[in-house]
Ligand binder design. Sequence first.
Ligand code: OOG
Ligand code: NI
Length: 316
Amino acid sequence: CNSPSQHASQRSSSIQGGEGFFRGVLGSMQSVYLNRNPTAKAILELVHSVENNSLCYDHLAFRTFGVNGYGIESMASFFLDYGYTQREELRFPAKKLRALWFSPPADSLAGNGSGINGPLPRIFISELLVDQMSPKTQEIITKYTESSGDGNKYAALSSSLGHLTWEKPLYSEFQQLASESEYAAWTLVNGYALNHVTISTHRLSTHLKDIKALNEFIEESGFRLNSEGGLLKVSPDGLLQQSSTVADSISFQFSDGIIESVPCSYIEFAQRLVLPQYRNLPDTEVKEFHRRDGFEVASADKIFESTSKEQLSRVG
Ligand code: OOG
Ligand code: NI
């Protein structure tokens, strides 16, 4: 596995002696995710069993409420403190969302491990533009964020512990949010929990490095992929190809005692192709920085739907 950030050696901020702790936090976030999402767990085990030790994460993703310090920055601060660099903004006006992604520091100990112990992943953090929601929805969101005290300061802790920083909502409040924004409803019950991890397919060692082959393998193994806009989401330059599963759901006990199933997290796959200027490099010399970087707004728009009711209720 190649580090995604070898081009960024000029960066001042570095992870240095904090790397063990940082990776420990990522590992705890991942444990919470694996315990709650049997599909993600099974797929990671399956891919691990086919590939020996060449499983790398392309990125990890989180969702937030963009209000009073609870937005992107609440989770980003942890990654910035450990050497990450803020990159481009993505806007989703119809969904009333925006996102930022962050590239990892040049990691010292990494490279040879797998998953969380491999090259450090990019980070994708989005936020709901809360001030564009109806007054009713805004009121519910601020009720929970405001009553959490300084919960926004502990986003990474919340995610690694698997505990919301605010109280559990009423079922009717979840429904109100869901009627206006499925993203808002998801965030109310999942908080800072890892939304997905993304397997870097081009860094796999078998035929599964071709994302189309991986998609087929996943479907043949009995898992459902998000079909929004087609299974494979391809950037206009053709160089970033993504797909994702339909999210698992989990039984959630609301504060009024009602128990309902709510969408949880999913797993994504991403193949980054070699940039045109490096097309003549021999395969063995291609590093991560020779490949298409970043994200694609039109593809991301469809990947958000991995937790939607429409995808979760799809049959076949
Ligand atoms: C994020 C969806 C976008 C990507 O890689 O473009 C995304 C989300 O569902 O929160 O993951
Ligand atoms: Ni993603």
